[in-house]
Design a binder for this molecule. Structure first.
Ligand code: PGA
Length: 256
């Protein structure tokens, strides 16, 4: 049976290295013992290298929150996929809505994916509509995002990509409202349809991992994983509280 994937996106937190290490170790103490859950912590890049030596288990690994598409050179402030791989991360988040809000578009996301896939790294591609309109424009928006982000990738590469459905309206402290599991299920269905079109068959589209992200906590974990039909979760705020996040991990383990 396939493991569930739970990704902690710490975003730009915490401010102090000591607090970051404490949180990482507290989460690791629980995550390393889980049999059916793989936990990925994506800390700010400045902490990544120092955490690498603390990783002792294949079920508790590191990820980066972003990457630049070039390998090396005069790109002030950027970090390449090579560097992330050399820092012993296994996953890389791309196309998060908070990066898209700063100007990242599907073409840039596509370049980032291609760069990540040159290494033994697993990209976590974030997609999601900004609003749910009555006239179903969000369906087209979601399909377009997936198609454009994955353009030009080989079938094998597409199958390596984890897709996180993150409706922008349900993310963060200022979320409009919670996403319902049936809305999540519908989005998963739409994403799998696009994957089936790209891969030319439904079997592999069913195998692709799809996560849900947007105000996930220990209270709604169960409903997204069961009724939402996802293979895992991408967690923001709730991943910064060790007690809350490890509770979420234990619930995920109990569902397998
Ligand atoms: P949130 O963030 O859990 O704080 O809503 C999720 C995300 O942005 O990935």
């Amino acid at each position: 049976m396939r493991k569930k994937l739970v990704v902690a996106n710490w975003k730009m937190n915490p401010a102090k290295g000591g607090d970051a290490k404490k949180l990482f170790l507290s989460v690791g103490a629980v995550a390393t013992k889980l049999k059916t859950v793989e936990t990925v912590v994506c800390p700010p890049l400045i902490y990544l290298q120092s955490f690498a030596d603390l990783v002792k288990s294949r079920s508790f690994v590191l990820g980066a929150q972003d990457v630049f598409w070039e390998h090396a050179g005069a790109y002030t402030g950027n970090v390449s996929a090579d560097m992330i791989f050399n820092a012993k991360a296994r996953y890389v988040i791309v196309g998060h809505s908070e990066r898209r809000a700063l100007g990242e578009d599907d073409a840039m996301v596509n370049k980032k994916l291609k760069s990540i896939l040159q290494f033994p790294l697993i990209p976590i591609l974030c997609v999601g509509e900004t609003k749910r309109d009555e006239d179903m424009k969000y369906v087209r928006a979601l399909k377009d995002q997936v198609k454009k982000s994955l353009a030009g990738l080989s079938r094998e590469e597409v199958r390596r990509v984890v897709i996180a459905y993150e409706p922008v309206w349900a993310i963060g402290r200022h979320a409009l409202r919670a996403c319902r599991p049936d809305e999540c299920r519908e989005a998963v269905h739409i994403i799998r349809q696009v994957l089936a079109d790209i891969l030319g068959e439904t079997k592999h589209a069913r195998d692709s991992m799809i996560l849900y992200g947007g105000s996930v906590d220990s209270k709604n974990t169960r409903e997204f994983l069961t009724d939402g039909l996802v293979d895992g979760l991408l967690v923001g705020r709730a991943s910064l509280d060790a007690k809350e996040f490890t509770q979420l991990l234990k619930i995920t383990e109990s569902l397998s």
